[in-house]
Design a protein around this ligand. Sequence first.
Ligand SMILES: Nc1ncnc2c1ncn2[C@@H]1O[C@H](COP(=O)(O)OP(=O)(O)OP(=O)(O)O)[C@@H](O)[C@H]1O
Length: 217
Amino acid sequence: MPVLRAVDVGQNFGSLLLFRRMSFEVIGGESLAITGSNGSGKSTLLKILSGVMTPKAGEVELVIDGRTVDDMKRPLHVGLVAPYLSVYDNLSARENLEFLARARGQSVTDGASDTAAGKRIASVLQRVGLEGREDDLVGTFSSGMKQRVKYAAAMLPRPDVLLLDEPSANLDVEGIAMVEEVMEWQLEADRILIVATNVAAEAEECDRTLSVESFRS
Ligand SMILES: Nc1ncnc2c1ncn2[C@@H]1O[C@H](COP(=O)(O)OP(=O)(O)OP(=O)(O)O)[C@@H](O)[C@H]1O
């Protein structure tokens, strides 16, 4: 079971203090909402948790089945969906995911048949509601459909930690239902879910809430 731990984490950009001495732990099967007003540091905290940004103070540790994951390898265990991440418009939905799988050293076809990775791609695309559109260019998709491709990409490697930044941005009622399904999918597998949001209803769906602003002073 994964455990994600933040120990005395602090971040500032020059004189702009976002948070300091932030400590918390999330275990597999648990969900945590990160709240705070615009510009309070929610996205920054998700970047730190994912391992793509090093905090100015403190540390983040991911432990899987009792073993600490090397900081450099943490991003391989994390799925991140965020408004600032984009997908390739000139590739189809399937090709976007195949590209990610190959980057992880997985082959997606074996001659004429799909490998396990190829089958996983088909299954996540179906699960996010893109069945029938897999081979269309992402450039022709609506913003909500592109958002679904981002969810499929994040779920592809069965991430131990799923980080969602403003999960319902650009989504209609059906899309929001898809997000809820993805969240359940993550928690049922006893993995970690962390959601950065300003939407009260989204935060309420999580087991716990942590306000970045409460770590500012
Ligand atoms: N790389 C950076 N260099 C300098 N300042 C930064 C950097 N990244 C973020 N900031 C600043 O840090 C503050 C927090 O930004 P962040 O995006 O984490 O907030 P947020 O809570 O996610 O906001 P929102 O709710 O609007 O998405 C902002 O004032 C932002 O301008």
